[in-house]
Write a protein of this length. Structure first.
Ligand SMILES: Nc1ncnc2c1ncn2[C@@H]1O[C@H](COP(=O)(O)OP(=O)(O)OP(=O)(O)O)[C@@H](O)[C@H]1O
Ligand SMILES: Nc1ncnc2c1ncn2[C@@H]1O[C@H](COP(=O)(O)OP(=O)(O)OP(=O)(O)O)[C@@H](O)[C@H]1O
Ligand SMILES: [Mg+2]
Ligand SMILES: [Mg+2]
Lengths: 242, 305, 265, 265, 242
């Protein structure tokens, strides 16, 4: 699937990962998280982030699907990672309330996942990842199911959170503007089999607000990524066929 | 030495097929039926006999009463009870003149008479048996623990205070083979002595085809005669049907049951004959035990052929 | 979406009870009718009226037997639930354990009780304990098989989640595998509930007490011996009633648990 | 991701067979050792060596019995599979049908075979047919319960899809409900496979045998009575072997089917 | 959930539905499809599109989750609706190939859903909806999991398909640009409980290409929708709390 990718992540950096559908972004996140081992090639994560990711550095993963436990309420789903770290149920539930209100779901604590909309489920999943205050945060298209306004609000909150906590974030997204808005560094992958075709430091100011989206530097960077994607992401054979 | 079982003598083309349902697996207590088939007794009477071996709880009475089988083997008490319940079966031939049922205890307990087994130890008795009710009424039971009879003797061997019901031709021999010293008390000595292994048929068949029924009885008598005199060929056959019985056990069983089969005074008729008086006694006993609601009409119970 | 829990729900409960009552009435009517119409002899199949009559006349004895058998069946069932769930869980931990030990679990299911009766009685003594063990032997396998299947049915993506958060084994069992397995386990318990009753009765055939508080197994045997088919049916129906009660209990527990587990997300 | 189907897979197959062989050896060794060490009387528990010896000496008779019982068990199992799956399916169509008829299915499971023996023998004749029906009665309920549970476990969102495309009932059964139910049905069949063997043996106890081909049930009864415990164990182990074979067959079919069904998407 | 919504859909129209996460868009689609009946209020669909939607007018629904049958290959999943319309398996598989290549998945016919990426699964689901040549097509955020390039290509293809077949399309999306690009008419819903706060005819030319996205009319319309959303979609109470 992936052609040997050599990836270095700096501790505390915010890396966005973009690429055509099916190129291997989710797979790469799974490699980074240690859930899967690459069958060929190596994943080397250097500087501060050692390879035993499962233990010391707290890691959280927002999967592409929400993957909530259907038998737990929203609040209990968010409290789960804390409970698994041997926190008492009561305290875990208490601590789960804050991340839930961060994703604007403060009013649905007691619903079950099947009573939520798709976007709400995704937000619960994000809250569950935030609750452990992870040092490494892997996000697989977390905001894809959200409307633009909510998405922009959450973009901003995530950015502020990252600034405050200085955690390492790897963020898969299809929205180039979102990648530019959030990340310090963007990796562009080519279509199947996936390779990293562009490894780009954005060099935008650290503090970013709504106003950034209209600045020329922002638009330029977005266009640059778009071009990289367009060059390597087109399914040329298929295009010609249809 | 091992004798191969004899080839059964084929019945003629006219022979009428009949079935006999046994109430237990093939054992010497049915030896005469197998002998009669093997030596051609049934064939000579124009019968082609199929013997259906039984097991635990085979519904012989129901099979015979409803025509699933033409003949069957049960205890005399069961015949009376069956009639009382509306199953119209008739007794034809009694293999055991003296009931082969007994109570077996360890000889080391030095019990003197049947009554003694009801005052100590553990006793395995099948519930619902007529003789159990009789014994309970006759000898008041105290100090004995009654457990279900499971058909085997393992518990007997492992417990010195254990007694159990038995067929004299079966369990005591098995126990002796394993080195135990059983003492056996015949139930018959208590005054309750139903005929054992009684061949029955349904009344309808008897009325429609008395000749057939008579042929069956005559052939059965010849078969038993043969078996009492020469048990070993039939025993060899029984071994193939029921491999858990070896030939030593089979011949010991045949010896043990012989006096109970032919003990009656020969002047009263041939093997298998039954007396009205004994049926009468049995019917009265069952009535007294409230196992039947009405007094049985003794003449309906059996036919002397 | 909830309605007031008033007339409507009451009405629904009444409706829910309707089908069994209706089919029961039909079955009884057809049975009585058929017995009369074809004049089936009573020693074969008694009319339900006769069964009811004898059940009423023998209500004290039958009730006592029912209680004796119920105790054996319930103990055996509880044993099956705990041991079966535990064994199923152990098997789920490793394919090796499963492959190595499953045959012995299956052995329990294919061994005729009569064949192990002496051992049962020897080890557990005649009476309640041996009967309970018999009920256990007969009913444990479905619990094992369904627990194992349930634990194996965990969504691998949810397993990933737990792995990621470094869930301890007890946590992952209690918070993931068990909830995932519950539907399947409950099916196993439903099967086991009926089996434990038959296990108790068969156990009584060989290892029960015949005197004193004899169980339904003894009643069945002796009614069978004496061709008291009406009593036999009454005893068998009592056993079924017992099985049905256990089953209803399991179903109720299952409904509550499954209700809490909700549909899949 | 596929490896060449060569040494590696061969090696894996060999490994897969290892655990049963290892535990079997251990069990046999412990059994033989314990029997000798505590000098357990052979009539209670014979040493495995004695069991093997008698099994070898009586191989012809035992083999014949095994075949007889196998036929009854297999017929009964097939009956259970077809009837059980059908009944489970019918129940899944409506809660009303389920509520109304489930008790009667449960009845089958709690009725002692001895109680219905007269009817079995009368309706089906002694021998193979009655034995098959007995195996059926004992093993059908797990199939019903698991089929029903499986059919009920269909993902409601996939049901929506089928509803939307106006799927006919047969289509929705064949293309949605059945595939969804298969894991659960297979668990039911695994339970039923062992039960059908015990059902056949118990059936043989009461349905007896027609001449010449006594089943293992008769061997068990008669060996038990004669205290030929070695033969008894050999017969019981043969029955377990039969159950194990049926189980292995079902497992193999299940593995193939589940392999085709894949993991959840 | 929804406050009585009175909705008229013209046969052959292309309606986009936008609104904040959890406002009831998916629920509304379920009502339109007839899968669910509103507990209060009515859904009235007039002119050519009668209320027995299940039968005569062929209807297809792309759910928010892909909802593929895990035991069927990609091709068989796409062929399913045809099989359910009593087409032979062989022919259905043959016919399923075209829509699969339309969503750029011509090369994964024989994979199972669990071997696909999230975006690929969604595309299989779209192909499954197209295979029946439906008269009414309901799409619930079909392209949310796709990268921008693929998304734009599929946008264009969907538009061409609609022009060619003149089917009725209801399209839920969070991307306002996508809504403007595709639809004739856009419905904007307010946050929970959802009402339709804007029912807007776009009045853009029928034929649309890449170039449309940079035209002033396009940008104006997008801004208009954005404003409507911003006015009614903000979760004011929550906003103040966090
Ligand atoms: N279990 C699997 N077995 C075989 N192939 C797989 C498996 N899972 C994923 N793939 C393949 O690996 C490739 C990469 O998948 P991945 O999910 O990483 O893509 P992605 O970049 O996340 O795409 P998307 O943006 O659509 O989510 C895809 O071509 C997919 O078909
Ligand atoms: N089964 C249910 N029971 C109770 N409430 C439900 C149920 N399903 C959905 N809801 C609620 O209905 C509302 C609308 O849900 P819906 O899925 O229609 O939202 P949506 O507009 O599609 O959102 P999104 O853009 O996040 O997919 C939500 O608030 C949700 O919590
Ligand atoms: Mg992905
Ligand atoms: Mg939605």
């Amino acid at each position: 699937m992936l052609q040997n990718i050599d990836l270095e992540l700096e501790a505390g950096s915010f890396v966005a990962l973009v690429g055509p559908s099916g190129c291997g972004k989710s797979t790469l996140l799974r490699f980074i998280s240690g859930l899967e081992a690459p069958s060929t090639g190596t994943i080397s994560l250097a500087r501060g982030v050692n390879s035993q990711l499962m233990t010391p550095p707290r890691l959280a993963f927002v999967f592409q699907d929400a993957q909530l436990l259907p038998w737990r309420t929203v609040l209990d789903n968010v409290a789960l990672p804390l409970e698994l770290q041997t926190m008492s149920r009561k305290e875990a539930r208490e601590r789960a309330k804050h991340p839930l209100s961060e994703v604007e779901l403060g009013d649905v604590h007691d619903r079950f996942p099947d009573q939520l909309s798709g976007g709400m489920r995704m937000r619960v999943s994000i809250a569950r990842a935030l609750v452990t205050e992870p040092e490494i945060l892997l996000l697989d298209e977390p905001f894809a199911a959200l409307d633009e306004l909510t998405r922009q609000r959450l973009d901003e909150r995530l950015h502020r959170l990252w600034l405050a906590r200085k955690m390492t974030v790897v963020f898969v997204t299809h929205a180039l503007a979102e990648a530019v808005f959030l990340a310090e560094r963007v990796l562009v992958m080519s279509k199947r089999p996936g390779r990293i075709v562009l490894d780009h430091e954005l060099g935008l100011p650290e503090r970013r607000g709504m106003e950034l989206r209209t600045q020329p530097a922002f638009v330029r960077q977005t266009a640059l990524l778009y071009a990289a994607l367009a060059e390597h992401g087109a399914l040329d054979d298929q295009e010609q066929k249809t | 030495g091992k004798k191969s079982p004899p080839e059964p003598i084929e019945a003629g083309a006219r022979a009428r097929p009949v079935t006999l349902a046994l109430d237990w697996v093939p054992e010497p207590e049915f030896g005469g039926f197998y002998a009669g088939r093997a030596d051609g007794a049934y064939a000579r009477h124009d019968l082609r006999l199929e013997i259906q071996g039984g097991g635990a709880g085979v519904p012989v009475l129901q099979m015979v009463a409803t025509g699933r089988a033409d003949f069957g083997t049960v205890g005399a008490d069961e015949v009376i009870i069956a009639q009382a319940r509306g199953a119209d079966v008739v007794a034809l031939y009694a293999v055991f003149q003296t009931s082969p049922q007994g109570i077996m205890v360890h000889a080391a307990r030095k019990l003197q008479k049947l009554e003694d087994v009801f005052h100590s130890g553990t006793l395995a008795l099948e519930t619902g048996l007529a003789y159990a009710a009789f014994l309970k009424k006759k000898y008041s039971w105290d100090g004995v623990k009654i457990v279900p009879y499971d058909g085997g003797v393992a518990r007997f061997l492992s417990d010195a205070s254990f007694g159990q019901q038995c067929y004299v031709s079966s369990e005591p021999i098995a126990a002796r083979k394993k080195g135990a010293q059983p003492a056996v008390f015949l139930i018959a000595d208590s005054g309750f002595n139903p005929y054992g292994t009684v061949a029955i048929t349904r009344r309808a068949l008897l009325e429609q085809n008395p000749a057939l029924v008579e042929s069956f009885v005559l052939a059965t008598r010849e078969g038993w005669q043969d078996y009492l005199e020469h048990p070993s060929p039939t025993n060899a056959l029984l071994h193939t049907l029921n491999p858990s019985l070896d030939e030593a056990t089979l011949s010991a069983a045949a010896d043990a049951q012989r006096p109970l089969i032919s003990s009656e005074d020969p002047t009263r008729g041939g093997l298998g004959r039954m007396q009205k008086a004994r049926w009468q006694v049995l019917a009265d006993q069952l009535f007294d035990l409230k196992l039947i609601d009405r007094r049985a009409v003794v003449d309906d119970l059996f036919v002397a052929l | 979406m909830k309605e007031p829990a008033s007339w409507r729900t009451l009405w629904q409960h009444a409706l829910a009870a309707l089908p069994p009552v209706v089919t029961f009435s039909i079955v009884i009517a057809v049975w009585e009718g058929a017995v009369r119409a074809f004049s089936v002899p009573a020693f074969l199949v008694p009319p339900p009226s006769a069964v009811l009559l004898v059940a009423w006349r023998e209500r004290v004895a039958l009730g006592g037997s029912l209680i004796t058998t119920a105790r054996g069946a319930c103990f055996g069932f509880l044993l099956s639930v705990t041991v079966g769930a535990f064994v199923g869980f152990v098997f789920s931990l490793s394919r090796w354990l499963e492959r190595g030990l499953y045959p012995y679990a299956l052995f329990l299911q294919t061994v005729p009780i009569v064949a192990v009766a002496p051992l049962l009685v020897l080890w557990f003594g005649a009476g309640l304990r041996a009967v309970s063990v018999s009920a256990f032997i007969v009913s444990v396998f479905p619990v094992i098989a369904n627990t194992l299947a349930g634990l194996r049915s965990v969504d691998p993506r949810l397993s990933d989640l737990f792995r990621l958060y470094g869930a301890s084994l007890p946590d992952s069992v209690l918070k993931l595998r068990l909830p995932s397995a519950i539907p399947s386990v409950m099916t196993g318990l439903k099967v086991a509930s009926g089996l434990s009753v038959i296990g108790a009765i068969v156990g009584e055939f060989v290892a029960g007490f015949s005197e004193g508080n004899a169980g339904l197994g003894i009643t069945v045997l002796s009614a069978y011996r004496q061709l008291r088919t009406d009593l036999l049916f009454a005893a068998v129906l009592s056993a079924s009633l017992l099985g049905l009660s256990l089953f209803a209990l399991v179903s109720a527990v299952s409904a509550v648990l499954l209700g809490r587990l909700r549909a899949r997300g």
